[in-house]
Design a protein around this ligand. Sequence first.
Ligand SMILES: *Cc1c(COP(=O)(O)O)cnc(C)c1O
Length: 401
Amino acid sequence: MTDSIELEQHYCAHNYAPLPVVLVRGEGVYVWDESGKRYLDMMSAYSAVSHGHCHPRLVRALTEQAQRLAVVSRAFYSDRLAPFLQRICALTGQDMALPMNTGAEAVETAIKAARKWAYTVKGVTPERAEIIACDGNFHGRTLAIVAMSSELQYREGFGPFPPGFTRIPYGDVAALEEAITPNTAAFLVEPIQGEGGIIVPRPGYLAECARLCKRHDVLLICDEIQSGLGRTGAMLACEHEGVKPDGLVLGKALGGGLLPVSVFLARRDVMEVFHPGDHGSTFGGNPLAAAVALAALEVLNEERLVQRAAELGAYFMSKLSALRSPLVREVRGKGLLIGMDMDPAKVSARAVCEALMQRGVLSKETHDTVVRFAPPLVITPEQIDDALTQIRAVLQDLAAG
Ligand SMILES: *Cc1c(COP(=O)(O)O)cnc(C)c1O
């Protein structure tokens, strides 16, 4: 076990601080380490594994397509891309989609679309378009995206950054109204902040933002890379607010836990700013990714994963709150996107994650205080009870010192 850790530390850039566990196999909500120890995965790769590890139906879609045709680039059409995009448009109520691979690329796509829409449709002065983002946001790691970040560590040492971004407090409609200028192209927002610490804004926030954006001819673009595809107990988190955004970014679970698949979706008049050669990706929308993503959407529907997230999330959150540990400041979230906010005077989130790992439950802290619980949506009530048993024990152990 230590071999893999030492070798990885030697050869792999130290841009993460993984928990000291070496995983070799996964099935559903479980993963196994080199010694054969089983863990309940309560993190599911930052929600990329909502369908569970190695879902048989998705592995079949992957292997069948891999044996037929995998990558052609968009220099040609394939028989797989259209059915996938037709389905994702229908599911989200959007008109058109631009397929990419990682979340960050799809967010970049959204930014480019918003800017070009601002110049060509809204009539913003060339080179003056502004995008408004929120404090505490997480939209990925590219330069333009970290230019929007309020997190010092994400930016430090990486400047200079592209201009054209403003930031306002999350959850503050008045701040949005104040920040909008005639040059504003878009307001980019996560309906629930994931990496920011599972921050759920007050009811009505997103709907009020949507009305404001509409009034000022500003695109509302929701980054649902983490919150989308059932995670919060609705297909999209913005549906909790009855909001249909002008642009929408999806990723993570879209790849069924097998491949990186992302899309930027939008209204037709927004997407039509792209002409051949404007933007692209060699792998974006490849037949293999499209086949897996379409199957992932079908599984979401057939296994009622959205409803499961709503029901089991409510159950899990109420049981977590009922633990009433003095170490816990707050339990918050929606559906199966739950944060347990630890009192930093008493314990770090990292220490909780390490103790949980010892007891066969995998999670990962976000920031210093929040333990994230975002298991695969296929988790059962019994498995949630198993996790709760371990969480209760860890909180008792740590409280006892
Ligand atoms: C993970 C995440 C991203 C970035 O996705 P990558 O695939 O890591 O590039 C962007 N936005 C949100 C909300 C995310 O959670």
